[in-house]
Structure formats: structure tokens, C-alpha cells
Design a protein around this ligand. Structure first.
Ligand SMILES: Nc1ncnc2c1ncn2[C@@H]1O[C@H](COP(=O)(O)OP(=O)(O)O)[C@@H](O)[C@H]1O
Ligand SMILES: [Mg+2]
Length: 398
């Protein structure tokens, strides 16, 4: 058996190199036995999950990494997600249980094949044959250019956190691509709490030693939501004396962009970040507001002063929209906003309340508010609007 800690460089690449990673000997050996004797395949077995640095070394020498999904499901999923996000090796997974939900979670983050033990017939041999066809271009491929979605509010309490967190969950699910939610609602951000997550590390850890920040370090700070969304939470304590500089914030965003295809940022009402890379032309700014005198007045000022030159890269979101009880009609709202709002999110107190602080995010429910958030996410990742939902939404807003 090989030792992940002593990985050598210069592996011969004329054969398909397969790494089997599984603490459970019997399951790992069953997979190894199914591959044994195949020509053109070199198998190495590892009896523990690698840490981040070891995983990078493993990717350097392996074309395919096959992970045991059962021994430590969260660790296996986050390992598979890291490897998939870098795109240097194909990832497959195996499990002793025929649980479709587990398989879907792995497939959604980019795992190519999922096997249920006992293996039947040539299924793993066929999967390796497919993997070898994809080589070597697969090894060089990385993810598509990343897209940054920034949520900014016109007033505290507008719903920035609820929308950013649920949009991020929906985006991870709909795009099935590596997606990161970053909470910059400092010093009291609550995006992770909104998703029922307890987090150990935060944005503050990433910014503390920003010059040394890289993808490996960033990954150690992330928590993973059941939707596969990665989350970098806000710090849990007040440290107003340590406001991070814009260079540190830009470095964090640059590292995130190298490692994730979609980045969603909850910026609360942080207008002080306007000069940061979060507001580059390539980012989409979701300006969250409500139908109220001060919210619309603030929206008007912000759009005129800061975002007048933005076109589709400014998306106005009217939250808690209640067509029946409007003080203002759509014409007045449009005038205040200087343009039509792209998104109207219904007021849905019971869904917001039911799903708040639980892992069952609002975006995952079946309510008008969830459908509206999913439509936003589908549009952001270039998917067509779902026809049925569209009909329902139009019905709702009519
Ligand atoms: N569309 C909505 N319908 C009902 N409640 C909502 C809606 N959007 C947000 N909320 C609720 O309003 C409260 C404030 O939202 P939050 O996202 O924390 O605001 P912000 O981050 O802008 O301060 C939360 O309890 C949230 O669940
Ligand atoms: Mg907030």
C-alpha cells in the first residue's frame, strides 16, 4: 500500500493511474479486486482520507481518484468536491449502501461515477475505459471562468442575507458546479446561521494573513452545506479595530475565483466595499430593496450615484413584494429605481420562519418564494427558466 505522505514526482503517465482512497479495508479491497489485472491501469490503495496538501499531491500523480463515500461521508464529499473543483483528476466514489440521495450528492459536485457494492460485471472497468478516453485533456482542464454574484441592501433588514444564502444554495444545486458563499456582513453576518450551519472558521481567518492565503488554506476554512454549497462564514465576535483592507479582500476574492465557479457574497449594506473587486464590471450586483419610502429613496441614490453605468450586471430585487397591498404602483416604483426591477420576491413570512436557521434552506422548499429564488439562480448560471414555475410565478404576480 502507498503512503499519501510520501508521494513521488514523475509518475509514468502512459498508463491510467488510479488511486483508491478508503479507510474501510474490505470495501477498498473489493474495488481493487475488480480492477486487478486490467492492462493499462496502475492502482494504488490509500487507507486514509488525505488532508488538503496530500490531496493535491495525489492529484499530481493520479488520473482517477476513487473515494469511499461511507467511512466519513462529510469528509469524503468535501475531498471529492475539492478534487472536482480543480479538475485535474476524475473522481469516482463507491458505497456499500444503495442510497440514491448519497449518489446524487456526489454526482452534483462533479463526481463522474458512483458505484454501489458489490460491484456487478464490468461496471468499474467500463468507467475506467471512459476515464481513459477523457485523458489527458481532462487533466489540464480547469473550471470555467468564475462568476461573482454580489448581494447588497438598500437598508438593514431588506432580506440581503436570506436572499444571498438561499440564492447560493439554489445556484449550487441548479448549476451542479462548485459554489462558494462568503459572508461579508461584518461584524455580525449571519448567512451560515440562516442555513443552520455551525462554522469553526470565518472570513476573518482568511483575511488575517491574506498575503499567504491560497486555495489549500481557504478550503480548510470552509464548511459544506448539504446542498454541496461551500460557506465562508462571518466572524462571530466584534473586532471593529481590525477592519480588513481592500487588498486583503481582493486577494481573498482572487483565491476564491481560482477555486470556485460561482461565488456569492452577502455584503449587507457595505458601501465601503464599492472600491473592491466585488464590484468589478464582471460581477453581477443584486441590489436588494423593498417597497417603502426610505428603501426606494436609498435605492434611487445608490443606483444614480454608483450603478448608473451598469446594465444587466445590476439586477434589482424587490423583496417582500405584495402586489395587493402596494402603497406605490409599478410605475412609481420603476421611476424611483430609474429602471424596472428584474426580480420580485414574494413576502412569505411562514416559509422564511419555517426554514430559518435550519439546514433545509428556503430555496429547497416548494413555495412561491423558493421558486422565485430558484429562477434567479437558474438565470445566473445560464439555465432556461422552468416553464411550469414561470407560469405559477406569473399567476402569483398578476
Ligand atoms: N421575502 C421575505 N418574506 C418573508 N420574510 C423575509 C423575506 N425576506 C427576508 N425575510 C426575513 O426578514 C428578516 C430579515 O432578513 P435578513 O435577510 O436578515 O435581512 P438583512 O440581511 O438585509 O439585514 C429575516 O428574519 C428573514 O427571514
Ligand atoms: Mg444580513
Amino acid at each position: 500500500m502507498s503512503d499519501v505522505f510520501n508521494v513521488q514526482d514523475g509518475t509514468e503517465k502512459s498508463v491510467l493511474s488510479v488511486a483508491l482512497v478508503g479507510p474501510h479495508d474490505q470495501r477498498r479491497e473489493a474495488v481493487a479486486a475488480a480492477i486487478a489485472g486490467r492492462s493499462g491501469v496502475a492502482v494504488e490503495e490509500f487507507s486514509s482520507y488525505p488532508d488538503e496538501g496530500e490531496a493535491l499531491a495525489l492529484e499530481d500523480r493520479s488520473d482517477v481518484i476513487v473515494v469511499d463515500a461511507d467511512s466519513d461521508p462529510d469528509r469524503a464529499l468535501s475531498l471529492a468536491q475539492s478534487i472536482c473543483s480543480r479538475g485535474r483528476a476524475s473522481v469516482m466514489a463507491y458505497s456499500g449502501q444503495a442510497d440514491v440521495k448519497v449518489a446524487i450528492r456526489f454526482m452534483r459536485i462533479g463526481v463522474r461515477e458512483f458505484f454501489t457494492l458489490p460491484l456487478e460485471g464490468p461496471e468499474i472497468a467500463d468507467a475506467l475505459a471512459r476515464a481513459s478516453v477523457r485523458q489527458p485533456s481532462q487533466r489540464q482542464a480547469s473550471h470555467a471562468p468564475s462568476k461573482v454574484c454580489v448581494f447588497l441592501g438598500t437598508k438593514g433588514g431588506c432580506g440581503v442575507t436570506a436572499l444571498a444564502a438561499n440564492f447560493a444554495v439554489a445556484l449550487a444545486q441548479e448549476s451542479e458546479r462548485p459554489t462558494l458563499l462568503m459572508d461579508f456582513g461584518l461584524p455580525l453576518g449571519d448567512a451560515a446561521i440562516n442555513l443552520g450551519m455551525i462554522t469553526e472558521f470565518s472570513v476573518a481567518n482568511a483575511l488575517k494573513d491574506a498575503p499567504r492565503l491560497d486555495g489549500n488554506f481557504l478550503r480548510t476554512l470552509l464548511a459544506t452545506h448539504s446542498s454541496t454549497l461551500s460557506v465562508l462564514a462571518a466572524p462571530s465576535d466584534f473586532r471593529l479595530d481590525q477592519a480588513p483592507g481592500v487588498e486583503a479582500i481582493n486577494k481573498l476574492l482572487a483565491v476564491a475565483r481560482q477555486n470556485f465557479e460561482f461565488i456569492v457574497a452577502d455584503l449587507g449594506s457595505r458601501l465601503d466595499l464599492l472600491s473592491s473587486a466585488f464590484f468589478d464590471e464582471s460581477s453581477i450586483v443584486y441590489l436588494v430593496t423593498q417597497v417603502g419610502i426610505s428603501e426606494l429613496r436609498n435605492a434611487n441614490r445608490m443606483i444614480s450615484q454608483f450603478f448608473a453605468r451598469r446594465n444587466d450586471n445590476l439586477q434589482i430585487v424587490l423583496n417582500r413584494y405584495k402586489p395587493a397591498t402596494l402603497l406605490f404602483d409599478d410605475k412609481h416604483i420603476e421611476k424611483a429605481l430609474t429602471r424596472p426591477a428584474q426580480w420580485k420576491i414574494p413576502d412569505d413570512y411562514s416559509s422564511a420562519r419555517r426554514t430559518q436557521n435550519t439546514a433545509n434552506a428556503m430555496a429547497m422548499a416548494d413555495a412561491p418564494i423558493s421558486q422565485a429564488i430558484r429562477q434567479m439562480a437558474r438565470t445566473a448560471c445560464g439555465l432556461p427558466a422552468e416553464k411550469e414555475e414561470k407560469k405559477k410565478l406569473f399567476g402569483f404576480f398578476r
